[in-house]
Ligand binder design. Structure first.
Ligand SMILES: [Zn+2]
Length: 355
């Protein structure tokens, strides 16, 4: 079942991005029994199939992994680094793509359009190949050359748009409407969030409930997914509290806190000034007594150097959460001894220039 976040209208579980009222949609699935009783005997994302809106006969060939958690005592807190950059195409997006492709396969859709700054596009391109789905990708001209090269090799039809991220978004929608091709925006797609919520299940199974979750936040596909995962655990009676959610945004692209004048060039994955799921994210900040904060390039550069020195080969967008944690520790907003989840979202192997 799909439910509108604005008017509450319900739709059958089909591939759909918005309600007729314009509101964004989310998936509602009734789970009977306890969390543990519903776990499958797989050691990858299929462990959580019972909680996902997919059909067993239509599952993608490529399978996202259960990623490791590295625990480090850092700055007086217990940090849980979740190594999402170890997914098949090097980012957490593979989880959302997995559920999305399963849905597209079920509906027999064979051609799709997506706009992306890189990681979501790479993920969709790789998963689509084996499913026989052809992919049009709209990317900003400033996308790193390594990602563009990979997209070409994965056989996508690439549309490079010389404009802002929002202009790329509008160009993709216009193209999809004109050509009558399915647009699969991960900003809007409710199935994408179903995939990212599985990170919360994994964290819970191996490390319990964190006190704080710091998330690189642009479109909110990870922020909302993590919240949904922990919320479903709470709904199942498995946990009795949610972590505090901190939305970490890139300087100059803030949507949940005050917009800075200086623009980040490093955090390309979250340079999204007008995300469509803004209202949902605001509600999460209130519900979890969380907060929004933004970090600039100088802090991101320092954090990524630290991460690389420790052997975490991530891209700059991933480093935003460490920069944020340092500041939150300095101003005392995250108390000593807290358990803090820092998802490391994207691989640095696609991007070595300028680091
Ligand atoms: Zn609606």
């Amino acid at each position: 079942m799909l439910v509108c976040s604005r008017c509450g209208f319900r739709y059958p579980e089909e591939f759909r991005l918005r309600c007729d009222c314009g509101g964004t949609l989310f998936v509602e699935k009734n789970i009977s029994g306890r969390f543990g009783e519903n776990l499958r005997n797989h050691f990858d994302i299929r462990r959580y199939l019972s909680f996902l809106p997919v059909s067993e006969g239509h599952l993608p060939v490529i399978i996202p992994a259960i990623t490791p958690i590295v625990e480090l005592a850092l700055d007086g807190v217990n940090v849980l680094f979740k190594l999402e950059y170890l997914q098949p195409t090097g980012s957490f997006k593979d989880r959302g793509t997995y559920v999305t492709i399963a849905k597209l396969m079920k509906e027999g859709l064979t051609e799709v359009v997506l706009d992306s700054s890189g990681n979501a596009a790479l993920s969709l391109a790789a998963f689509s190949k084996a499913a026989g789905i052809s992919v049009h990708i709209f990317v900003p001209a400033l996308t790193s050359s390594g990602k563009l090269e990979l997209l070409k090799r994965l056989g996508t039809e690439l549309h490079v748009i010389d404009g802002s991220r929002m202009e790329v978004h509008r160009a993709a929608i216009e193209f999809a409407e004109r050509r009558g091709i399915t647009y699969v925006s991960h900003w809007l797609n409710p199935y994408f969030i179903e995939g990212t919520k599985t990170i919360a299940f994994e964290v819970y199974e191996s490390a319990g409930v964190p006190d704080y979750v710091l998330v690189p936040t642009g479109s909110g596909s990870l922020f909302i997914g993590l919240w949904k995962g922990f919320s479903e655990l709470k709904k199942m009676g498995e946990i009795d509290r949610l972590p505090h959610f901190v939305a970490v945004q890139a300087s100059g692209y803030e949507s949940l806190c005050k917009r800075s004048e200086e623009k980040s060039h490093l955090a390309e994955g979250i340079a999204i000034p007008e995300p469509p799921r803004l209202e949902e994210m605001r509600k999460i900040l209130i519900e979890t007594e969380g907060k929004c904060m933004s970090v600039g390039d100088a802090e991101i550069a320092e954090a990524i150097r630290w991460l690389w020195e420790w052997g975490f080969i991530v891209e700059p967008t991933s480093a935003t959460v460490l920069a944020a944690l340092w500041r939150l520790r300095k101003d005392g907003s995250v108390p000593e001894g807290s358990k803090v989840l820092l998802p490391l979202t994207g691989s640095g192997l696609k991007l070595t220039q300028g680091i």
